[in-house]
Design a protein around this ligand. Structure first.
Ligand code: NAI
Length: 258
């Protein structure tokens, strides 16, 4: 069996991914705030370092796949800390253990929200690796109301998809034979979206922003299937992609812009 580290494994997409891997006989070390093999807070540098150290310890320093699902969609500065730094810093810390595998792979969960309007300064601060400035900018936006505060989420996912694109082709990743890619879901039925989808008004708002002509809202298992393939040895040449597995939301919204 292969050994996988899955973040956000206690709920939603991460839980579905851990379950699918285990059903195929793979070993999964989950990371989450609580209820996982490793309980850690990926919103802080210490929490990430602790999670990485424990993952390396529990796997004996050899990790075949890392799948980063943990994330939040709150209109607050912390969203960038979890969705961007909680992914990029953890992946970087786990790189030596991935390189010790014979067929290492990594995948992260972005969002179709990465295509929505973003705050450019916030995206740039994240990509520059400046967490303090990024969080400060995010809080500044949040203080101006929910509409600007919401920009924290798409900005975190835009930065993440761009980081994946840049990083995947570097000597550390492509040069080490490690495919690194992102999945961008549409509206997935998980605890993250449950409250919003529970009312007709909330559901209508979501559907206006995320049109899904193919099969409408998706189960977490649909994303798990793709994440598992991306991190399997069958994936040999995909690098830096953000794959919109979103019921046709990207094709609807972006149309011919390709
Ligand atoms: P969820 O809320 O069901 O699961 C997220 C998990 O991440 C939870 O178990 C939570 O405890 C964990 N987490 C949150 N903050 C953490 C922290 N600081 N440290 C460690 N773990 C932490 O949400 P869901 O829907 O499964 O989301 C997973 C990913 O998919 C997220 O990155 C989200 O942005 C993304 N996504 C979700 C969509 C949806 O419609 N549900 C759509 C597009 C993207």
């Amino acid at each position: 069996p292969r050994t996988y580290v899955v973040t956000g494994s206690a709920s939603g997409i991460g839980a579905a991914t851990a379950e699918l891997l285990r059903s195929r006989g793979e070993t999964v070390i989950g990371i989450d705030l609580r209820g996982a093999e490793i309980d850690a807070d990926l919103s802080t540098p210490d929490g990430r370092a602790d999670a990485a150290a424990q993952a390396i310890d529990k796997t004996g320093g050899v990790i075949d796949g890392v799948i980063a699902c943990a994330g939040i969609s709150a209109p607050i500065g912390k969203t960038m800390s979890i969705n961007y730094f909680g992914v990029t810093e953890l992946l970087t810390a786990l790189l030596p253990a991935l390189r010790a595998s014979e067929a290492p792979r990594a995948a992260v969960v972005s969002s179709m929200a990465s295509l929505q309007p973003v705050d450019a300064a916030l995206v740039e601060a994240a990509l520059a690796g400046d967490e303090a400035s990024a969080v400060a900018r995010g809080e500044e936006l949040a203080a101006q109301g929910p509409e600007l505060g919401y920009l924290n989420y798409p900005s975190s996912k835009r930065a993440l998809s761009r980081w994946v694109r840049r990083t995947s082709i570097s000597p550390d990743w492509a040069g080490s034979g490690i495919p690194l890619n992102a999945v961008a879901p549409g509206t997935v039925v998980t605890p993250m979206t449950a409250d919003l989808l529970a009312t007709p008004e909330g559901a209508a708002m979501v559907d206006a922003a995320v049109p899904m002509p193919l099969n409408h809202h998706q189960p977490a298992s649909s994303i798990a299937e793709l994440l598992v393939w991306l991190t399997s040895p069958a994936n040999t040449h995909m690098a830096g992609q953000t794959i919109y597995d979103d019921g046709g939301a990207d094709a609807t919204l972006r149309g011919d812009d390709i």
